[in-house]
Design a protein around this ligand. Structure first.
Ligand code: FNR
Length: 379
């Protein structure tokens, strides 16, 4: 097998090992995928300034995100259906993250439940909340996250309605999945994945099934979720959720300066500049392009983070230089998970950490706290 040296190696291996329906679910964006592509391309367009003859010994990439010490400014993003990239995927990813010293965020739409992940980890993780019409269910989810000692709540604001992804529709990705002959043959041709799935009980949305009256299988779940994403979400809901939760709150999915100003007024600890990995508004700017204006507009009143398109440690440094005091990664860890399970997530984190550490040094810094915009090269 080829040696895994970069995130792209993990992506290729995941593509071979994960059934097409679930691989495509991760590796796709909405409509023409122009925003999905721009997320990566706009990072590539930024150049770094190389410095020489400066002391590069004793380096550290450790920082704080919402007051919590992290080994580098990278957290695992909430991703739905992670347990379909690999059996027990959320548990494996959470374990890799805790061993590495970075946060793991469990999605509302996860396969393993909050309680499952809590039972298989030793350190607090973060929980991501989608606002559903059923506010009673939301309140219960917040209480369950508290009971599981989650140490931050990430409220996603950019998915009141769903962007359309061509591949998912064509592959029959739905709840329950369309088990066409093509899908079944594809799963049978991925024996590692299939055996893993046969060996686990966790195959439905664990946070929902069994916790909502009348939702006890994939069929009833599909009908329920289709009705539940709430198009009427407002800033009043944010205040209500904040009060019910009472801990560190992170607002995810901000892409506009005006929305960032409103987010800063809520008293939330952090906001994530994000276009949902190019999966919602196709034609929106890349997250790295939107970042500097937002960082400037909120002027330190709220921590600014970003996600979308990070595929290397160089990207993490570029985001930091433009004002992001934290980043989230989605696909990089999903590819690792699909490729090699927990070891693959660990590998993804090792790759990003090493790249970040060396890139910081090449730019003449020993710690991130001294890095600013001046590390970006101007012609
Ligand atoms: C996501 N994302 C996401 N966000 C969220 O708040 N809740 C969720 O359940 C999901 N689900 C989800 C599934 C998959 C397969 C992907 C790829 C993404 C968005 C995610 O948190 C993050 O914003 C992006 O993944 C960041 O972009 P990159 O790192 O994937 O380029």
């Amino acid at each position: 097998m080829t040696v895994i040296t970069c995130i792209e190696d993990l992506r290729r291996l995941a593509q071979r090992r994960v059934p097409r329906m679930f691989y495509d679910y991760a590796d796709s964006g909405s409509w023409t995928e122009s925003t999905y592509r721009a997320n990566e391309a706009d990072f590539q367009a930024l150049r770094l300034r190389q410095r020489v003859a400066v002391d590069m010994e004793d380096r550290s990439t450790a920082v704080r995100m919402v007051g919590q010490e992290v080994a580098m400014p990278v957290a695992l993003a909430p991703t739905g259906l992670t347990g379909m990239q690999h059996a027990d995927g959320e548990i494996l990813a959470a374990r890799a993250a805790e061993a590495f010293g970075v946060p793991f965020t469990l999605s509302t739409m996860s396969i393993c439940s909050i309680e499952d992940v809590a039972a298989h980890t030793t350190r607090p993780f973060w929980f991501q909340l989608y606002v559903m019409r059923d506010r009673g269910f939301i309140g219960d989810l917040i209480d369950r996250a508290k009971a599981a000692h989650c140490s931050a709540l990430m409220l996603t604001l950019d998915l009141q309605i769903l962007g359309q992804r061509h591949k998912d529709l064509k592959n029959g990705l739905s709840a329950p999945p369309r088990l066409t002959l093509r899908n079944l043959l594809d799963m049978a041709s991925k024996p590692r994945w299939s055996l893993g799935m046969l060996g686990t009980r966790r195959r439905g949305f664990g946070n929902i099934i069994g916790h909502v009256k009348g939702v006890d299988d994939l069929g009833s779940l599909g009908e329920w979720t289709a009705r539940q994403f709430d198009p009427r979400l407002s800033w009043d809901d944010v205040a209500w959720i904040q009060q019910r939760w009472g801990g560190p709150l992170i607002l995810k999915g901000i892409l506009d300066v005006e929305d960032a100003r409103l987010a800063a007024q809520t008293g939330a600890q952090a906001l994530v500049v994000s276009n949902h990995g190019g999966r919602q508004l196709d034609g929106a700017p890349s997250a790295i392009a939107a970042l500097p204006g937002i960082a400037e507009a909120v002027e330190g009143r709220i921590e600014v983070w970003m996600d979308g398109g990070i595929r290397s440690g160089q990207d993490v440094l570029k985001a930091w230089a433009l004002g992001a005091r934290g980043t989230l990664i989605g696909r990089p860890f999903l590819y690792g998970l699909g490729a090699l399970g927990q070891a693959g997530v660990t590998r993804a984190l090792e790759i990003l950490h090493k790249e970040l550490d060396l890139t910081m040094a090449f730019c003449g810094h020993r710690r991130l706290q001294t890095v600013g915009r001046e590390v970006l090269w101007q012609a």
